[in-house]
Design a binder for this molecule. Structure first.
Ligand SMILES: [Zn+2]
Length: 192
């Protein structure tokens, strides 16, 4: 898929970022024919813009920080592009598509985590969760991802699926932590 860089990003882009963007794009078949412009931002979070001119898709841009960029941020911004594509599409058919990703930041986080485990390398910004869970994110990431997948499946029948998701996440934080199987085996070893 063709990538372009803004002049600011051209000076800063590293092989690592390029590889991260390409690997992330592999999870977004919706964007496979699109030309995406990669720009630079100093902001903590990235940004995404979809520009339409006269009803035609004109440009898709994501802006990223160069230092400490995560797959999660790249995935989040690419999900915004998919949201923007659906929003800009004027035909009623696309809008009525039940698989369309709804607009909104929390929705963007939910659909990003659900899309692929690649995007679990950093906690989401907009889904509400206890601070402890953010601090110990690697322990919870997989479970939260599965809750996001469940929430997406629920949204057609449960209008408040985001509230449901955030309740389940709080419950998960309160649940006693199960020992990981590897750790339990190690503990048992001396007694065998
Ligand atoms: Zn966002």
């Amino acid at each position: 898929m063709p990538l372009r860089f803004t002049p600011q990003m051209k000076q800063r882009v590293t092989r690592r970022i390029l590889e991260m963007v390409q690997r992330s794009l592999g999870c977004f078949p919706e964007l496979k024919d699109a030309t995406i412009t990669i720009g630079y931002t100093r902001k903590h979070l990235g940004s995404a813009t979809v520009i339409y001119r006269k009803g035609e898709l004109y440009r898709m841009i994501i802006r990223l920080k160069v230092r400490k960029v995560t797959y999660h941020t790249i995935g989040h911004e690419l999900t915004h592009l998919v949201q923007g594509l659906a929003y800009g599409e004027r035909s009623g058919a696309r809008r009525a598509d039940p698989d369309r990703i709804p607009t909104g930041e929390t929705q963007c986080d939910i659909w990003t985590l659900a899309r692929d485990p690649l995007f679990l390398d950093d906690p989401p910004t907009y889904i509400k969760m206890p601070r402890m869970m953010r601090e110990r994110w690697p322990d919870y990431a997989e479970s939260v991802r599965h809750l996001c997948i469940a929430a997406i499946a629920k949204r057609h029948t449960e209008r408040r699926y985001i509230r449901w998701l955030e309740q389940e996440i709080r419950a998960l934080a309160k649940a006693p932590k199960r020992e990981k199987s590897a750790g339990a085996a190690q503990l048992l070893l001396p007694f065998i």
